[in-house]
Design a protein around this ligand. Structure first.
Ligand SMILES: [Zn+2]
Length: 156
């Protein structure tokens, strides 16, 4: 999926989790958007890859696209590292929810993800779409509507 869709995925997942579990929606969503962009550090042309070109080139050349950074292993390592730096639970949960939303959305694309890296098994949802295609616009619209709904109920 594209960066914009991942951002909306981060917002939708974080506002939903904040609503259901009572976390701070502002901290959660801010860290969730960052979390939703982090896995694509493996892609030099991604939003985060363009901001951190040296790190992105390094990660891309070592692991390739949608492998390590799109795995449960990376999710757990990031959770552990973030736990050392952030005491705020809303930031931690937001970061993880955003990253999890990224993995779920990319698992719904033609190429899927290597969720169990270093295993080479590719995981793809039964329903999948082409990244950047017209169907992705529909996914982004649905995520935007979902985000608006949860923002509205959080403010009520
Ligand atoms: Zn990705």
């Amino acid at each position: 999926m594209t960066g914009k869709t991942h951002i909306m995925g981060g917002v939708a997942s974080c506002t939903a989790v904040a609503y259901f579990y009572g976390y701070d929606p502002v901290f959660m969503t801010a860290s969730g958007v960052l979390g939703a962009l982090i896995p694509d550090i493996c892609h030099t042309k991604s939003k985060i890859g363009r901001k951190l070109p040296i790190l992105s080139t390094l990660v891309s050349s070592i692991f390739g696209h949608r492998t390590f950074t799109h795995s449960l292993l990376f999710l757990l390592l990031t959770a552990f590292a973030a736990h050392l730096y952030f005491a705020n639970q809303s930031i931690l949960v937001g970061l993880m929810a955003g990253m999890a939303s990224h993995l779920l959305l990319d698992a719904g694309t033609t190429n899927g993800i290597k969720l169990f890296f270093p295993s080479s098994i590719r995981i793809r949802l039964p329903l999948y779409i082409k990244t950047g295609g017209k169907a992705e616009q529909g996914v982004m619209a649905a995520l935007t509507i979902l985000s608006c709904y949860f923002i509205a109920v959080l403010m009520a």
